[in-house]
Design a protein around this ligand. Sequence first.
Ligand code: ADP
Ligand code: MG
Length: 699
Amino acid sequence: MDILQTPIEYLKGIGPNRASLLKEELGIKTYQDLLHFFPNRYIDRTTFYAINQLPKNNSEVQLKGSIVSHKIIPQAKGKRLAAVFSDGTSTLELVWFRGYRWIQESLKSNTPYVVFGRLNWYGNKVSIAHPELTLVEDYKQRNLGAFHPVYPSTEKLINKGISQRVVKQSMEHLFRQVHKEFVETLPEFILEELKLIPKKEAIIQIHFPANQNQLTRAQFRLKFEELFYIQMQLLQKNRLQKQKVKGYVFEHVGTLFNEFFSNHLPFQLTQAQQRVVREIRNDMGTGKQMNRLLQGDVGSGKTMVALLSMLIGLDNGFQACLMAPTEILAQQHFQSLKEGLGKMELNIALLTGSVKAAKRKEIHEALEKGSLNILIGTHALIEDKVRFKNLGIAIIDEQHRFGVAQRAKLWRKNKLPPHILVMTATPIPRTLAMSVYGDLDISVIDELPPGRKSVKTVLRNDSNRLQVFQFIREEIKQEKQIYVVYPLIQESEKMDYKDLMDGYESLVREFPLPKYRISIVHGKMKPKEKDFEMQRFVEGKTQLMVATTVIEVGVNVPNASVMVIESAERFGLSQLHQLRGRVGRGNDQSYCILMSSHKKSKEANTRLQTMVQTNDGFEIAEVDLRLRGPGDLMGTQQSGILQLKIADLLRDQELLKTARIYAKKIISEDPELSDIKHQKVRTTYSKITTHKNIWNYIS
Ligand code: ADP
Ligand code: MG
């Protein structure tokens, strides 16, 4: 029996009540879990500050000295106890607002104390409120001059008496009981090459660090281990999937592709587009199912890559489909594909929720017969009634609107699964993509079509409104078009709707008919009306488009040159970036005007400043990740990423890369992990997969 799998309630000092609290609040069920419950910070009690050299901030410090005098001072509300503490270099005040009578009685003058607490500066005067006060004698006896771990906690745990002290004591009991059970989990050659400390030492040092240096080495070792086994899992999953899931072989690039490429391509592909098309072509020729994620910033030209990929499918006798997240976007893809492929004899249809029953039936039949070559649509594509004769490739645009389950639904329609290309403009930092989508192959379009000028972004407020209007007027004079976007947040829908309508009316007053024409699109309109309004803007019949975020994804009107975003502080970073991506699609200079009130949170300010400073989607994604943490990012819920206990995806990017390199090397050399030198990896890996928890394998 594996002692580390012992339920936590059997640990000395825990018992059933505390055990159930620990389980509820922190997910700690076994000895194993407690062992891998890592401190989230440490308090350095190894050094002492001199009072005349204290840092001028509110940090926590440790001092050695004695109490010179103390008295109780009445104040506006209640009283306080104030003591003058001296260490020979200078003095500071120790203050208590609660329990002061009892404390005063116990204070010993002219006796050496160790003081620990947070500094509180008031001008040039400094004090510490409710300090931790220990007699130097006791301090020495209890070995307090060390690194003290601070464990994550919750209010409930503290209220129910599970304090830091209780956790630390439990940890001590645990170590006394299980210290013989630690087993090394990394192979010798990795330990040597990376100079990692053994598992046993690492796990002791992480809970009871002797000094900063030891702690750093323990953290490094455990971070590596964590990242390494996540990568092992992802890469193995990818390998098994490729092995298991056969795919159609698209052997040739045929007439359709070539004809389109030589005669109908409206522009030259960028280097990046060419590279990605090559990657896709290779994938589809291997006999394995393609599962590829295509990342490309807004406007990088993903649609053309999609079109070319579909043509390869058609050339090999298969059907293709393209699924978009909104009706407007599906419509737009349909239009541009029809135009692009106009001179070629292909059968293309659009299937969305608003397609009438009769037409729908016609489409269903043509699909099953195989006379329909390409189907574009929304979620309607994955309804059970939709059956392809032979779907060879499915493309999903702007994937963050679709779940994994929906993706899978598409492939259940065939004997073999179609090749899948998922396109997203939501940039994910590369290292994160590696972890989240480790089981997808990734292509990146990292280059914009030539001639694009980066969008100029400015931050404005209400007092600048007249200038903004004037600017819009001038752009319209140059025959440009303008977006004005309002937030629409579900919870405050009514208010938001009112803002939108008020804004629309004031724009109508400012830009009156007949000289100016304004489109409006929002969620309360019927799809037909939306399309009509959208279409007028696309065709240049209206100069302004007032909208909620429905235009966020994918809309392409190259003549639009200004994006005004109202209440910009209420949008998230990736949303702002998406919106800005609607302009700057033609050859002229474009602008993004972020309207915002003066009152905004620090975080909102960081978002807006980031938008002003950079156009680079990856940079923006990094900031977003820093602000929100990976938990919020799309797709992360399905991955092991949330289980990260010690590594940090942002700060440990380099280590993640190293871990990935090792994992890749091992898997390519010895996929079954049967080599003796990989034995530790094999045992550990099989434990992870049975326990489904990355840290559940130590024993
Ligand atoms: P996204 O990647 O955001 O989906 P699109 O595919 O909508 O971008 O392309 C944005 C615009 O750039 C479109 O007007 C498209 O025709 C144009 N475009 C795409 N690739 C090129 C290229 N290689 N050269 C010039 N223009 C291009
Ligand atoms: Mg697009």
